[in-house]
Write a new protein. Structure first.
Lengths: 69, 230
């Protein structure tokens, strides 16, 4: 799937000398703070959020990273 | 006389234009209804107008689709009421899952505000039956997130079941890469649901419904929808 912003960044990097850049993709990072007992609980809640609203499965892939428990 | 609800979200900006066309040009009744308090059971048809609901935060249409009007729209669609989503309305309908696929940033990522030609691909729906098969019409677009994206098998299903309402084309009706303003797959500018009562389209029919605006092609879409009621 075409990512126009990523494509512009890739071209720009190549122009200033980083010729090894083969691809660049731009995404969104959403930081959340949750009340939870465990990392598993956070992961499962955030996964539900991604499915419900944060990501659109037609155009997005997502990763969840849990910190601070 | 049929009653049409034009839903207002925080950030809608084509709501009053749409009401004006339905009432003053077509002569039907249209109410502006705030999304939180709209009772769709009182209406025969619904229009989701253009604009930037919730500032296009997260993704265009994503937050509006999660509000409680979402469930009311799903119910109205099930009941067979005609629903037209224009521009941001189309984005909301895909986010709701009432239309398949997604709309994302234009392939050349700038806001495009101009008149385009569309080939009418489906002339059997309530929205498009006033057109001749393959008729070329002229409507304005105004969007930055209008690139329709989908993949097979869903894309083939849409083609096979004649759900593609409009395709971006040139003046001669040729569907070409050069006539595609946003990189939409298959040059898709408008889609109909399987049942035929929901249409989503990026171009603005309400901005092309009076001679003074240079085109009246849009009026046929709204008129077709309204005349289907009763």
């Amino acid at each position: 799937m075409l990512d126009p912003e990523g494509k512009a960044i890739k071209k720009s990097l190549q122009k200033v000398g980083f010729e090894d850049v083969e691809d660049a993709r731009v995404g969104k990072q959403i930081k959340l703070r949750l009340k939870a007992e465990s990392k598993e609980e956070v992961r499962s809640e955030v996964d539900k959020m991604c499915k419900k609203i944060l990501a659109n499965p037609v155009i997005h892939q997502y990763n969840i990273k849990v910190e601070g428990i | 006389m049929p009653k049409i609800s034009v839903i207002q979200f925080p950030g809608s900006n084509c709501d009053r234009d749409t009401k004006h066309v339905i009432e003053d040009v077509i002569g039907c009744r249209a109410d502006l209804n705030w999304y939180e308090s709209a009772d769709l059971s009182n209406y025969d048809g619904i229009v989701l107008p253009g604009g930037f609901s919730y500032g296009d935060y997260l993704r265009a249409g994503a937050i509006a689709a999660q509000t409680k009007i979402g469930n009311s729209l799903k119910r109205a669609a099930r009941e067979g009421k005609p629903i037209l989503g224009i521009c941001n309305g189309f984005q909301i309908l895909t986010e709701l899952g009432l239309l398949k696929g997604a709309l994302t940033t234009n392939s050349y990522p700038k806001f495009r505000c101009e008149h385009v030609y569309l080939k009418v691909n489906n002339t059997e729906s309530i929205f498009t039956r006033k057109f001749d098969k393959n008729e070329v019409i002229n409507l304005p677009i105004a969007h930055k997130e209008g690139r329709y994206y989908n993949q097979d098998p869903e894309l083939s299903e849409l083609k096979n079941s004649n759900q593609i309402a409009f395709k971006y084309s040139n003046k001669e009706g040729e569907v070409t890469k050069a006539s595609n303003p946003n990189g939409s797959c298959e040059n898709i500018a408008g889609l109909i649901n399987e049942k035929g009562n929901v249409l989503g389209m990026m171009p603005h029919p309400e901005r092309a419904s009076e001679d003074i605006l240079g085109s009246t092609d849009g009026k046929k879409i709204l008129k077709g929808m309204i005349e289907s009621i009763n």
